[in-house]
Design a protein around this ligand. Structure first.
Ligand code: XMP
Length: 514
């Protein structure tokens, strides 16, 4: 394991991913973890991330000198670099040498461990206010910039390395190479970590955890729950039952995809609960978005728990486990930790017996989204499931502005299917983060079709580009594709006589309309 010590910027996750791209397993730990505890994990190497502080600021995170003296290879980046310099007796000061963004790095020692085989001049990404003006004793300076005399250093004998820039970001052209040089050459680690290993490891772990008891898993149609279920199915076979609640708010073909493709690919036991009528009844007469969301969430839990109860009552070993598709970013954000939590199901609403507790099985806890996709692919799940774009849990219920009815859902399903078909045909699926298709059910406008006047509804296309859905911009899509979608929707979907494009970024707009 390579430990990535997080000094409080967003960079630690990116570093951990880059290390894994180099086929080396990595884990993030907070900088507040005592050094002894870090060393007790027996790391093959330690990477110190960047962070927002100045090493001399009061309360700035520090590290015990012991970390650098334990014989474990260490690579400091940005703040981590300055911290290494300051801790080991070098000089870091605030001399006005601030650099933000793309900077030219002059490599002064191209035969160094980190920079060998990379050009003497290379673009890097900087973000710092303080700068290192003198390396600690025993260190060789390996690079500088116009403003900073010591932009990289190394002590090969002690296996300590540092760079002022951020090798993990895309704009540092040779960053991945520099990182790999540290891992392979500096720390002598072999690149052996693959998704194949993850699958094998997890299967063994799941078998050990579940034993001969039974487990259940809720499938949402999304990537994470599908991959988690497939992995657990591979480990324990028939001891797993998957539950899929069809709330009638799915897009065209989605329920069939879970019913056919997922089962075909995994052979899993699947219990599909047809709850369309129940959801539509509960949603009747409701237009307020928050109220719709609450109703859908509540009904979902009730139906899911009913299904659990039915499974619990079937003959067989105890049902003691609940499978969840928790990913590594969720684990890091909620404070890390490696234990498995015990949760109590919401028996107050669904009528589960008081003493039922499930232990969680979370086989994707170590993985990033793109790794989950690779695992899914390797497990044989179809691309339609593995490469799926995000889709909200409340489904089309929050893409109908106005009351949700069966007719309106059918209409929206048709329009959405056309948009998805054309986006796929145009090869835009990977370029667009997602493209909600929204029905303005309470709006009508006048049109002319054939020889007659129409008075129909508008459909909104909301294609967005995003990295993480926290912010987004509207996608500048080719006019021809928009034209094709518009023509097809107005021709093929009854009661729709207008297609409009949403050109709002997030913020101020959210991605979904409700
Ligand atoms: P907004 O509309 O908040 O959406 O900009 C951000 C991302 O979250 C998705 N989304 C949801 N996903 N349950 C989900 O699982 C929800 O209730 C939900 N609401 C929004 C949305 O599709 C986008 O990717």
């Amino acid at each position: 394991t390579v430990l990535v010590v997080d000094f409080g910027a967003q960079y630690a996750q990116l570093i951990a991913r880059r290390v894994r791209e180099a086929r080396v397993y990595s884990e993030i730990v907070p900088s507040t973890m005592p050094v002894a505890e870090m060393l007790a994990k027996n790391p093959a190497a330690i990477i110190l991330s960047g962070g927002p502080s100045s090493v001399y600021a009061e309360g700035a995170p520090r590290l015990d000198r012991e970390l650098f003296e334990a014989g474990v290879p260490v690579f400091g980046m940005c703040y981590g670099f300055q911290l290494m310099a300051a801790t080991l007796g070098g000089t870091v000061d605030n001399n006005g040498a601030r650099e933000y963004g793309r900077t030219d790095l002059h490599v002064t020692k191209t035969s160094s461990t980190l920079f060998e085989g990379t050009p003497a001049e290379q673009p890097v990404w900087m973000s710092h206010g303080d700068a290192c003006s003198a390396a600690p004793e025993g260190f060789t300076v390996t690079a500088s910039t116009d403003l900073v005399p010591v932009a990289a250093f190394e002590n090969d004998e002690k296996k300590l390395y540092g760079v002022q820039h951020h090798p993990e970001v895309m704009h540092s052209t040779y960053g991945q190479q520099v990182l790999e040089h540290f891992l392979y050459r500096g720390a002598g680690i072999k690149p052996t970590w693959t998704t194949g290993n993850v699958i094998e490891e997890q299967i063994a772990a799941i078998r050990a955890q579940v034993g001969d008891k039974r487990a259940i898993c809720g499938l949402s149609g999304g990537v994470d729950s599908a991959v988690a279920a497939a992995l657990v199915q591979k480990a324990i076979g028939d001891q797993l039952t998957c539950v899929y609640v069809d709330h009638g708010l799915m897009r065209k073909g989605e329920t069939e995809q879970v019913e056919k493709d997922f089962v075909a690919a995994t052979g899993a036991n699947l219990k599909v609960v047809d709850a369309e009528e129940r959801f539509l009844n509960a949603l009747a007469g409701v237009s307020d978005p928050e109220e719709k969301r609450k109703i859908i969430g509540r009904e979902f839990i009730r139906v899911f728990e009913q299904a659990q109860l039915e499974i619990l009552q079937e003959d067989g070993p105890e049902v003691a486990f609940l499978v969840q598709g928790t990913l590594y970013p969720d684990v890091v954000e909620s404070g890390g930790g490696t234990g498995t939590a015990n949760i109590k199901s919401h028996h107050n609403v669904g009528g589960l017996p008081d003493d039922i507790e499930f232990e969680l099985v979370e086989p994707l806890r170590q993985l990033f989204k793109d790794e989950v996709r690779m695992v899914g692919q390797e497990l044989g799940l179809p691309a339609e499931i593995v490469q799926r774009q995000p889709f909200p849990g409340p489904g089309l219920g929050i893409r109908i502005v106005g009351e949700v009815t069966k007719d309106r859902l059918d209409l929206l399903r048709e329009a959405d299917a056309i948009a998805r078909e054309e986006l796929t045909a145009a090869g835009l699926d990977s370029e667009i983060w997602q493209c909600p298709v929204v029905l303005l059910a309470d709006v009508r406008s006048v049109g002319v079709q054939g020889d007659g006047r129409t008075y129909g509804h508008p459909i909104v296309l909301r294609p967005v580009s995003s990295e993480d859905a926290m912010t987004a911009d509207w996608t500048r899509m080719p006019y021809e594709v928009l034209a094709k979608i518009s023509t097809r929707i107005t021709n093929e979907v009854a009661d729709v006589n207008r297609v409009v494009l949403d050109v709002t970024s997030k913020p101020p707009g959210t991605i979904e309309w409700e």
